[in-house]
Design a protein around this ligand. Sequence first.
Ligand SMILES: [Zn+2]
Length: 104
Amino acid sequence: MARCKHCSKGGLFQKVDKEGLCKTCAPTVTPDIEKHSNVIYEAMHVHERAQTYDEKLAALDEIIAAARHLEQYESKGIDSCNPPPSLVLSEYSGFRDELVKQGG
Ligand SMILES: [Zn+2]
């Protein structure tokens, strides 16, 4: 018996994919995770190269918002990005606090 990690529906005839998602959830959840993971990776790059306070802050806010969004999946045991969103969130929230302290 399988149970979907996202909607928690399970049953004898329930089928889930390798991420543990049923066919109702997979088409919405999988692209949503992909989209937000890409936002995080891109914003990490932007953050690394950013020269100004405003640029850095904007990139950090983007990373934090996307990681918060992905945390809902992590809490259900669905793999999203690597490193996991909770780790990204704590690390980049720290960077943001430092930045604001220094330049705000
Ligand atoms: Zn489902």
